[in-house]
Design a protein around this ligand. Sequence first.
Ligand SMILES: Nc1ncnc2c1ncn2[C@@H]1O[C@H](COP(=O)(O)OP(=O)(O)OP(=O)(O)O)[C@@H](O)[C@H]1O
Ligand SMILES: [Mg+2]
Length: 246
Amino acid sequence: MSGLLEVSGISVTFDGFRAINNLSFSIGAAELRAVIGPNGAGKTTFMDIVTGKTRPDEGRVLWGERSIDLLKLDEAHIAREGIGRKFQRPTVFEDQTVAENLMMALKANRSPWRVLFWKPASADHARVEELAAQVGLGEALTRKSGELSHGQKQWLEIGMLLAQEPRLLLVDEPAAGMTLAEREQTTSLLVDLAKTHAVVVVEHDMDFVRRLNCKVTVLHEGAVLAEGSLDHVTANQQVIEVYLGR
Ligand SMILES: Nc1ncnc2c1ncn2[C@@H]1O[C@H](COP(=O)(O)OP(=O)(O)OP(=O)(O)O)[C@@H](O)[C@H]1O
Ligand SMILES: [Mg+2]
């Protein structure tokens, strides 16, 4: 197996509708990939399958050097294997500070038995500061999360995901609701993370995708329609027809 994640020939049918249709997808250990496609193309469903939320009717999903069969694992187990997912709506604890939210995420990374006796050590405080700096919140450690801007909350949530030490990050529509400055900072963050993680970003904002400057996979009707640079896929006649609605 060459990639970190190897999805092959997956299909899912919801009430007779084929949301994912013989889809194959592969990503390397330190790779950034944008996934685009019209509404209903199956982008979120694809992430649901990789994270174990939805089971495909057929196909294979293999993970890591040992080619672990993710279809045999439940959601919690898949997360522990190193697959982190960022949902569109931030789910930070608004009454807690940035540091407290990050510390909780670190704590959640421990086994249930160890959580029982867990007290933050100086190494954990250092890790919290490191995570905050990594997502651009180094100056905001003591701020209440509820006071952060929408973009900052999204970064905090990415920091909380990183506390789980994932190898693959799945990010669904990060740019939505962000200011231009926030979108630009998010681009840099994702590009930076992809130096050491596999990162899959679903996004409708084409300027955002262009700034990611990475390989793009176009989904349509649950299958890959085109793959390559953004310029390559946007020059594809089928892609143009799908986006213009024929
Ligand atoms: N749990 C479900 N039950 C029934 N149909 C579903 C379910 N999940 C998704 N679908 C359908 O599958 C298709 C693909 O949906 P999906 O949410 O994956 O699209 P998407 O590419 O993420 O679209 P968007 O860009 O709008 O977020 C849609 O037609 C959707 O209505
Ligand atoms: Mg979606």
